[in-house]
Design a protein around this ligand. Structure first.
Ligand SMILES: CC(C)(COP(=O)(O)OP(=O)(O)OC[C@H]1O[C@@H](n2cnc3c(N)ncnc32)[C@H](O)[C@@H]1OP(=O)(O)O)[C@@H](O)C(=O)NCCC(=O)NCCS
Length: 154
């Protein structure tokens, strides 16, 4: 398979972003929250896009906000069925480069402590654990789940 291109999302991609995020998370933000986030200074979204004859197909997304010299990775996902092909690593690499280009010196993120796939991904991409927040997330059944806070120099 040809590796999808990473492209910057525009306002016309909000609904597709919301759809993909709903496919990846049990508590998605919804299109209005995504639009609001992307209207903030320093925020950007990247998409993985195939150029297929049938039209665009997005495989994954990442949303980041850069404030002064710090970047926060707000959400990242690859649609089920297209995982374990290096797409998240590819997206994250581009997001790190873009955040650095906007002046960030470090990127921070929170990840649920039971999200082993994401923890492995972030460690593989150079993030290290710097803290923990008890009860930061809720499982679909309402169970409290701690967040692991991670950081990576840019
Ligand atoms: C986490 C997620 C983004 C990974 O996407 P992906 O495209 O499958 O990841 P990649 O193929 O780029 O994997 C890169 C590395 O991450 C780690 N990884 C990814 N999925 C993994 C899994 N299921 N189990 C263990 N490690 C995993 C591995 O180290 C992998 O490297 P390798 O394939 O050489 O072993 C994807 O599973 C997802 O969208 N999950 C739901 C949303 C989510 O949890 N987002 C992160 C919230 S903070």
């Amino acid at each position: 398979m040809t590796r999808p291109a990473v492209v910057a999302a525009s306002s016309s991609d909000i609904d597709r972003l919301a759809e993909m995020q709903a496919n990846c998370f049990h508590a998605p933000w919804g299109a209005a929250s995504i639009a609001k986030t992307l209207s903030q200074p320093g925020a950007f979204a990247l998409l993985l896009r195939d150029s297929t004859p049938a039209g665009r197909v997005s495989a994954g997304f990442v949303i980041v906000q850069v404030v002064a010299d710090q970047a926060d990775l707000l959400t990242l996902g690859v649609v089920p069925g297209l995982r374990r092909r290096g797409h998240a690593r590819h997206l994250l690499g581009d997001a790190l480069a873009r955040a650095a280009g906007q002046g960030a010196k470090a990127m921070f993120l929170e990840v649920a402590e039971d999200n082993l796939a994401a923890l492995d991904l972030y460690r593989a991409c150079g993030f290290a654990t710097i803290g923990r927040r008890e009860g930061y997330y809720r499982s679909p059944e309402g169970r409290k789940i701690a967040a692991v806070t991670m950081r990576r120099d840019l």
